[in-house]
Design a protein around this ligand. Structure first.
Ligand code: SF4
Length: 235
């Protein structure tokens, strides 16, 4: 096998277990919100590197202002939700934060009770989308990072067609590699004996804004997110 073939074959191969180990090590050493954010900083950097190193990187069509995929349901783990919450509280003005809380409340109510398919077909914009751009881009969920399109026009067709049955034009190597990061985070959280389920994005963000003590309860192993909508693909 040549060097290039070997590089492609190894792309993303050991990522999941490396991330699990790093997540578990950090949470074992320190059970604080800061440690959880550190977990997500490392995981996000790893996901970004995998997208940059993707064998099909040159075909990626995603660009600022293109947001067809931001109308699809997004599921996140607790560390991802906490990282987004901390980012908004650090980076947004108080007016922007208040507007976000209102959008979260409205959108969470809108999507509550919908199946994944119903949510996708309803084309409800993510509450974090502002003027066509992700307002938490540096902290965006791993599911969003996994979504590398190879055709903006095809994304548009899917958006206006049926986002459930039509195949999006994804770089599947990058998608699988970034998902292995997400699975590694969940596995490390589970190994730390914390709730590792995924939750619907708006549902869990609304809980974190309304009940900040949910973080310390979760870190103590309590079922802090009871009543939030469990993610469609939680195993
Ligand atoms: S979190 Fe950001 S990237 Fe993900 S769906 Fe929402 S607006 Fe889009």
């Amino acid at each position: 096998m040549g060097q290039e073939e070997k590089r492609l074959a190894e792309y993303g191969a050991t990522t999941g277990d490396t991330v699990r180990q790093a997540t578990w090590t950090l949470l074992r050493a320190e059970r604080t919100a800061e440690a959880v954010c550190h977990v997500m900083e490392k995981a996000s950097r790893q996901a970004a590197a995998l997208v940059e190193q993707a064998p099909q990187r040159a075909t990626h069509a995603c660009a600022a202002g293109c947001c067809f995929c931001c109308y699809l349901p997004v599921d996140v783990t607790v560390p991802e939700a906490l990282s987004i919450t901390v980012y908004t509280q650090t980076m947004l003005t108080s007016d922007a934060l208040e507007a976000l809380c209102q959008r979260l409340e409205t959108t969470a109510a809108h999507v509550r009770g919908l199946s994944y398919e119903e949510h996708a077909r309803a084309r409800i914009p993510c509450a974090l989308l502002v003027d066509g751009r992700c307002s938490v881009y540096p902290s965006r969920p791993l599911a969003c990072r996994a979504w590398s399109s190879t055709s903006m026009s095809r994304c548009k067709e899917v958006f206006h067609g049926d986002p459930v049955t039509m195949l999006p034009p994804l770089d599947t190597d990058a998608y699988d590699a970034v998902w292995s990061v997400a699975r590694g985070v969940a596995a490390g959280v589970k190994q730390a004996r914390l709730d590792s389920k995924t939750y619907e994005l708006h549902s869990i963000l609304q809980r974190l804004f309304e009940k900040p003590e949910a973080v310390s309860q979760w870190l103590q192993g309590e079922n802090a997110f009871a009543g939030c909508t469990i993610g469609a693909f939680t195993g």
